[in-house]
Structures are given as C-alpha cells and as structure tokens.
Design a protein around this ligand. Structure first.
Ligand SMILES: *Cc1c(COP(=O)(O)O)cnc(C)c1O
Length: 382
C-alpha cells in the first residue's frame, strides 16, 4: 500500500517489478508533462466543461497511477476505468480518499458491489439488474451511493438499451446519487459520419426520460465534433496519450511515448542467408543485421512488417518477429552502427505512435494497450 504523498510509482499498478535501464532490453519513456499539456489543450477546447481522464487498461498501458497523479495536478478529479479490479488497484495506488471519483465503465459483476463500495468506486450502471444491485448496496450501507447511468444511444455495446430506458426511468432511484447520465459514440473519429448526429439526438431524447442529471457523451474524438457534443463532462483517453483524435487532420496533441530497444547483437550475413524463424526472408546480397531485444512478448505484433529508426535512418524488420527479438536490416548505416547496447527507436520523433501502429496494421490504442511489462519505464516531466 503506497502513501498518498510518496513519489510517483515507477512500477505499473499491477505491481510488476521495475527493471533498471541498464538491465532492460527496451526503454519506454512516458512524458507526464506532455499528458498534462494534452489535458490543458482539451480543457481549452472544452471551454469550461469538466474533463475526466480515462485510465482503463492501466492508463492505456502507460501506468494508471502515475498518469492519474499527473492529471490531478491539472485539477482532474474524475477518472474512468473499465474493470472493477483496475479501480481497486488505482485507488490503492492513489491512497485512501478523499480522492478523485473513480467510475467503472463496464459496470460491476453481480456480487462485487461490496468490493466496489469498500474501495470507494462508483459503478456505471448499464442495466436494470445493476441498478437494483446498487440500490440494495446503498440500502445495506445506509447512505446514498454515487453512480453514473449509461444509455446505449446506438453503439450496441454497453449501456441500457434504448427500448428499456423508459421502464428503467420508472424504477426507483432511491439511495442512488446519479452523478451523470452518459453514452458513448461509435464513430466520433469520422466527423462526417451521420451516426454521430444520430447518436447525439438519441442521447438527447433518452436522457430526458431519466431523472435530471448532468450529461456526458464525448470521448477524445467527440470533443473535436464541436460544443454540441460536450455537455457537462468529457471523457478523453487516447488524446491525453498522444493518439490523434482527428485522424484526417494533423495531430493537435503532443506525443507522450517514446519506445527504444537495445541492440543485443549485430552480424553480417552472406547472400542467400536465411533470416529468422521459418526463413521467411533470405538475404539478397550481403547484409548487415542488428537484433534488438523486443518482440511479440512486448506487444509488437508478430505479423507486423515494420521498421525501427537510428540517427534518422529507417531500419526495416527482416524475417519474423520473435518472442523476445526482432532482426533489423542495418545495411543503410555506416559500418559499426548501431553498436551493441545502443538504442534504436520504435516510437518517437522519427516514427509517431500512430505511424508505427499503421505500419503494424493496427491503431495507436492497440499498440499502447499491448505494451509489455519488461520495459524499463522512465517517467519524465511529472
Ligand atoms: C474508452 C472510452 C472512452 C475514452 O475513449 P478515447 O477514444 O480513448 O478518448 C470514453 N468513454 C468510454 C465509455 C470508453 O469506453
């Protein structure tokens, strides 16, 4: 259990042991100052509307506790996690209250209400059964308990289905302090998609059926759809972490993450040499190769045809990504470069998170959420 006043934890909230920079095969640098600046940029765009921080999946892989501490310095006092376990770990890391409000987006699994209550966590209620269970928890606790109510305005994922909202509204809300009514957008990163307006109108209609409460609709991209989507509280995740919330335009956010891997070994190979598992690649002419200490166990997808960078030079992956290593073609660099132990860049100034994700055939969200636990994590700008 960490003291609330202790310095920023270096380990993630799952409690894995931090590894030293010298011992690590790869180094993940997380710029908490950039996260704070991104929060300020979103706040400026929200012009007075409250702004939460979404910290699900251990703060999109960057460490929910240090990210929360950084955001709290900017005045952020509402956080969202996906799972109850994440909320319990976050509360533990931040120390006992009165702390920020922490909401559990996926709702509480039946029977877990007392655990949520003990950790001072608030459910996002997604069904009539969850409402009943939380009402019962409030009755047993003998006091009003905060919660959010989520309605499904058209994503068909979580939240009270449209056709059930009327019945839910007739249900009893005694013992429940409805902090806000919320919904989630399916296509917010496509500003011209008519689904956005359709969801906004559905949300408008549904929230009026329910008891009067503040409203929340926008994720990161939703903030950029305009003030009609802002309501009383925005819930950005991705944009805080430097993912572009406006994929068709220049990224308005600061980059947050830098990922560098160490060269474990270099070698020269002859024309025709088979490279990596399955010999999926054969050298055409003599090549110089560098093997780096990062692989699919660190979240770099096995099928990713990707590249690393060194001194502004692109170093393509050759052969298959292994569990703990990737082979790079470094023939474009001067002899002796990179040296063993030197760092190549996977994400950083030469290759943005979104570009690295695109080359790997995925999105920045998945790259961040897949980041492994073996890196040396270096927090700067806290
Ligand atoms: C993940 C999530 C968010 C944050 O979305 P971003 O696109 O990362 O900003 C907000 N609300 C809900 C319900 C979510 O699941």
């Amino acid at each position: 259990m960490k003291d609330a006043k202790a310095p920023l934890p270096k380990a993630d909230v799952s409690g894995s042991q931090p590894v030293s920079e010298a011992a690590a095969g790869a180094i993940l640098t997380i710029d908490l100052g950039a996260i704070r600046e991104n929060y300020r940029r979103l706040k400026a765009r929200l012009a007075g509307v409250r702004c939460a921080g979404v910290l699900k999946a251990d703060g999109y892989g960057l460490g929910a506790a240090p990210v929360a501490s950084a955001l709290m310095k900017e005045g952020c006092d509402i956080f969202f996690v996906a799972l109850l376990g994440e909320g319990i770990a976050l509360r533990k890391a931040l120390g006992p209250g009165p702390g920020p409000d922490i909401f559990v987006l996926n709702g509480l699994p039946p029977g877990s209400e007392s655990e949520a209550l003990a950790a001072g966590l608030h459910p996002v209620i997604n069904s009539a059964a969850q409402l009943r269970a939380w009402r019962e928890a409030a009755r047993a606790a003998g006091r009003k308990l905060p919660a959010a109510i989520q309605v499904d305005s058209g994503m068909s994922r979580l939240g009270v289905p449209r056709e059930d909202v009327e019945a839910l509204a007739k249900d009893a809300f005694d013992g429940i302090d409805i902090r806000f009514v919320m919904s989630h957008l399916a296509c917010a990163d496509e500003p011209r998609n008519p689904a956005n307006e359709a969801q906004r109108l559905a949300f408008e209609r549904l929230r009026k059926i329910l008891p009067k409460a503040p409203a929340s609709l926008a994720n990161s991209s939703g903030i950029f759809l305009g003030s009609a989507y802002h309501y009383d509280l925005a819930r950005p995740g991705a944009a805080l972490y430097g993912i572009n919330p406006t994929p068709s335009e220049t990224n308005p956010m600061l980059p947050v993450v830098r990922l560098q891997a160490k060269v474990a070994q270099t070698r020269g190979v002859e024309d025709g040499a088979g490279i990596g598992y399955g010999h999926t690649h054969h050298a055409r002419g003599p090549l110089r190769l560098a093997t780096i200490s990062l692989g699919y166990a660190d979240g770099w997808h096995r099928r990713a045809a990707s590249a690393a960078w060194f001194d502004g030079v692109r170093l393509p992956f050759v052969g298959r990504v292994s569990m703990d290593s990737i082979i790079l073609d470094v023939s474009a660099l001067p002899a002796g470069k990179p040296g063993e132990g030197e760092l190549v860049e996977l994400i950083g100034p030469s290759q943005s998170l979104d570009d690295a994700a695109a080359h790997a055939g995925t999105i920045g969200y998945e790259v961040l959420a897949s980041l492994g636990s073996r890196f040396h994590r270096h927090y700067v700008g806290g």
